[in-house]
Design a protein around this ligand. Structure first.
Ligand code: TAP
Length: 484
């Protein structure tokens, strides 16, 4: 091992204001709720005071979105909506370094990831859906059903109320806003309480792009604000990404209202390693699968299923690789694992890991020094895990991997599918026929073969079972925002 010199990204590029208002109808306005602070999880330093939207603010935002929908946006030809989306995409590219630094400061993720994964994907989503905006009549959903609506395009749904989590703040915003606008909807979006800053920077980008006021509204606040948004009677479409528990509440509230709903919820993915897999590559895939973004990933490969014949060898190589992971300052370009997003999430990860030990699994982490301030958790591996253990069943949403073994492909499928979730899975083998055999049987929205955590705006993403319903991304992602 050699030592790395510090390689800090400069934070001077971002200008964080002491306080932020709500973005409604193209203006920053005060909220009527009690404002709250956004903190840097790597240092616990307060970054800014954030306005909180009370029900009357939510109402104001929905009315602004409705007005913009009726008077401007739904009447614009697709090619004109596309121009705005292309403009937004280009501004995101131009400001990507600033946005990546801001994301790392507010969320705790390593700059290497916000710079090389989040931001390029955010821009790609806007470019991708900009491309669809004038081709909706050819997307395969049929032609427009209402006379007078811009030519023959299928109709938009109207006002979308969108609620997103804290793990990929700007990327989840892009997944929601880009297809909604491309299809002719207007939006009111609520970012997570702990990570509002990049959504508020996006509000400035909407102004920079001269997007008509009211087409995008960003309202900050906690769970109650999200609740008021999804319950608002003038919202036509609810799009939620977050935990299964909250998703269930939303499904109950939306039932029988006539609102359209998509839910992108939790996961407990199996990453399945066969004995013929290229083991060194598989180790990289396992590390990427569970330690990317501190394991705060809905589709994280949190259950490792390894064929018994290679288990010992693979675990030896995995431990050696884990010992090289660098944990610390998210703004250091050499950091692999950044800060846990909040004290509450750290507590949850600690609690489930302690339960893992108590239930009889063997816990291992490489020796590593954690910073004294901020929220940190060492990369952790559990062996001797039984399928009944909570660490094998529940989403930990942290850098914690549970290892199970199998002997036959049939047993691998059985174990992989033994979960209430169904969001993603991985298969590592040299045999193409085995990949196809597994992919046919795994109940997961996405199955990666000899790779993991690969995303592309053209590829639909979403779950089965308790991982939710509806797809985001690709042509399928348009269906969620059109009256088809
Ligand atoms: P949640 O606690 O469910 O929060 C998600 C969002 O909903 C936040 O903005 C939250 O606000 C808001 N919210 C909380 N209670 C609400 C309510 N009753 N009604 C409406 N909105 C409410 O999830 P989280 O902890 O932020 O995110 C982690 C979860 O998201 C994990 O389960 C993860 O798997 C899932 N996730 C899934 C995907 C996909 S694509 N399937 C992608 C990313 C994450 P506050 O933050 O202010 O509480």
């Amino acid at each position: 091992m050699f030592e790395y010199a510090p390689a800090p990204e400069s934070r001077d590029i971002v200008d964080i204001k002491p306080s932020y208002g709500l973005f409604i109808n193209g203006e920053f306005v005060d909220g009527h709720g009690e404002s709250f602070k956004s903190i840097n999880p790597a240092s616990e330093e307060t970054l800014a005071e954030i306005a909180c939207a009370a029900p009357q603010d939510v109402d104001r935002a929905v009315r602004a979105a409705r007005q913009a929908q009726d008077s401007v946006w739904s009447g614009l030809p697709g090619r004109d909506r596309a121009k705005y989306l292309f403009r937004i995409a280009r501004i995101i590219q131009e400001r990507s370094r600033e946005l990546a630094v801001l994301e790392s400061i507010d969320n705790g993720k390593p700059i290497r990831e916000s710079r090389d994964v989040d931001l390029p994907l955010v821009a790609a989503h806007f470019f991708y859906y900009a491309g669809w905006a004038d081709k909706l009549a050819y997307a395969g959903f049929g032609r427009g059903r209402t006379e007078g609506h811009s030519g023959q395009d299928p109709r938009p749904l109207g006002v979308a109320g969108q609620v997103i989590p804290w793990n990929f703040p700007l990327l989840m915003l892009a997944w929601k806003i880009a297809p909604a606008l491309a299809c002719g909807n207007t939006v009111v979006l609520k970012p997570a309480e702990t990570t509002p800053l990049t959504a508020l920077a996006f509000a400035e980008i909407c102004r920079q792009a001269e997007l008509p006021p009211g087409v995008v509204n960003i309202i900050t606040g906690a769970g109650e604000t999200g609740q008021a948004l999804v319950a608002h009677p003038d919202v036509d479409k609810v799009a939620f990404t977050g935990s299964t528990e909250v998703g269930r509440q939303i499904a109950r509230n939306v039932a029988r209202t006539g609102k359209r709903l998509t839910l992108e919820l939790g996961g407990k993915a199996a990453n399945v390693i066969f004995e013929d897999a290229p083991l060194d590559q598989a180790v990289e895939g396992i590390v990427n699968g569970i330690f990317f973004n501190q394991g705060h990933v809905c589709c994280a490969g949190s259950r490792l299923l390894v064929q018994e014949s290679v288990a010992e060898e693979l675990l030896g190589r995995l431990k050696a690789r884990m010992a090289t992971l660098r944990i610390g300052d998210p703004l250091d370009k050499n950091t692999d694992i950044g800060a846990i997003n909040s004290a509450a999430q750290l507590e949850k990860i600690r609690m489930l890991s302690e339960i893992g030990e108590r239930e009889g699994a063997a816990r291992w982490s490489p020796p590593c020094e954690l910073p004294s301030r901020g929220f940190w958790f060492a990369p952790t591996l559990f062996t001797d895990v039984a399928q009944s253990h909570r660490i094998a069943r529940e989403e930990i949403f942290g850098p914690v991997l549970s290892v199970l073994t199998f002997r036959t492909p049939a047993e691998a499928v059985e174990k992989a599918n033994n979960t209430p979730y169904g969001l993603s899975a991985g298969v590592w083998t040299e045999k193409g026929s085995r990949i196809l055999w597994m992919a046919e049987r795994l109940r997961a929205g996405v199955v990666w073969a000899n790779t993991f955590n690969k995303f592309d705006p053209a590829a639909p993403f979403g779950g089965y079972k308790e991982s939710g319903f509806g797809r985001e991304g690709g042509r399928h992602g348009l269906a969620a925002y059109l009256d088809v």
